[in-house]
Design a protein around this ligand. Structure first.
Ligand code: SF4
Length: 320
């Protein structure tokens, strides 16, 4: 990113303004970014079509990305949204330099199907270019049922590449979801989108991340998500405990104080010195999730494979 880009971004013109949200263009030189934290994640490259995310999840770890634009207010992440200027030819050139055996993940620091996508279609235009390619490893993650809009395109990509789409569903409890993820689509709508995409032969997974201690971490709560996912045709299920970056704490702790004051002291104790939980709890949650997977015969995640040239079969026949 150039030194002047943050200043340009902060002063960017407005593409559209709603009551609580404004949208702005973001000039972008590089669309595909090398992942810096490869020890913890399974992908090598990331694509984030937007900066900011209107869904406004209380635990969101991606709020720090607005700091790159020199915007320090953590709330601005959810009400000042930047849509990257997309140039298909430049994107094709970048893509050509990425080795085919390296995983590209779309939507790691923003939701690529947030409301802005209905209007600006940056994600769709990226997928249109990816649909021209073959033999790639592509992962896409979202909380939005808008992903089902692109079922045709995703299905085409899945026939010639290893595509794995993941929906985040933290709870099937609508009221809790509304509190935690105020503007994200209801959990049942996300599960409907799982059904639609799985029905098109796409490998779909569901992730209950973050697992929030004492909020959505009960066996019953996690099982309800995994069961709904399985019924809808998902092939994999997983989840990881909450991690709290400094930017997330500024929103998470005031939320806890307002809605769950009795939990504040416990969260402060466990997250006081570290962003990630260590010790028994994360192990316990992974065991619980593994047990649920075994019960429901769900995979940890879709196997990585490179399909033969245009097999012409629905992708799910390769993930029986
Ligand atoms: S959907 Fe993802 S990026 Fe958007 S606010 Fe929620 S956690 Fe953050």
């Amino acid at each position: 990113m150039s030194a002047t880009l943050p200043i340009l971004a902060a002063a960017a013109p407005t593409l559209l303004a709603k009551r609580h949200t404004s949208y702005h263009p973001l000039p972008t030189r590089k669309f595909i970014t090398r992942c810096q934290a490869r020890m913890r994640v399974f992908f090598d490259w990331t694509i984030n079509p937007y900066r900011g995310c209107e869904f406004g999840c209380k635990y969101c770890y991606a709020r720090y990305t607005h700091e790159f634009l020199e915007i320090r207010d953590p709330q601005a992440f959810e009400n000042r949204i930047y849509a990257k200027d997309f140039d298909a030819a430049a994107f094709r050139r970048e893509l050509a330099a990425i080795p085919r055996d390296e995983m590209i993940a779309i939507g790691t620091a923003t939701d690529c199907y947030q409301p802005a996508e209905s209007r600006f279609r940056v994600t769709r235009r990226i997928l249109e270019v990816l649909a021209e390619d073959r033999g790639r490893q592509i992962s896409l993650i979202s909380k939005s049922n808008l992903m089902a809009r692109d079922a045709d395109l995703l299905s085409r990509i899945a026939r010639r590449n290893m595509l794995h789409v993941t929906f985040t569903v933290t709870t099937m409890d609508r009221d809790l979801a509304r509190l935690l993820e105020p503007k994200a689509p209801r959990p049942d709508l996300r599960i409907d989108a799982v059904r639609r995409l799985a029905g098109c032969g796409i490998a779909v997974g569901v992730f209950s991340s973050p697992v929030l201690p004492l909020l959505n971490d009960s066996y019953a709560s996690l099982f309800a998500v995994a069961h709904a996912a399985k019924q809808a045709g998902a092939t994999s299920y997983g989840g990881n405990p909450l991690f709290l970056k400094p930017c997330s704490r500024q929103v998470w702790f005031p939320f806890l104080e307002q809605r769950y004051p009795k939990l504040v002291a416990r969260y402060e104790k466990h997250y006081g010195k570290a962003d990630f939980l260590k010790g028994q709890y994360p192990r316990f949650i992974q065991e619980r999730i593994s047990k649920i997977r075994e019960q429901l015969r769900l995979a940890r995640r879709a196997d990585i494979y490179l399909p033969p040239d245009d097999p012409g079969d629905p992708q799910l026949t390769l993930f029986p």
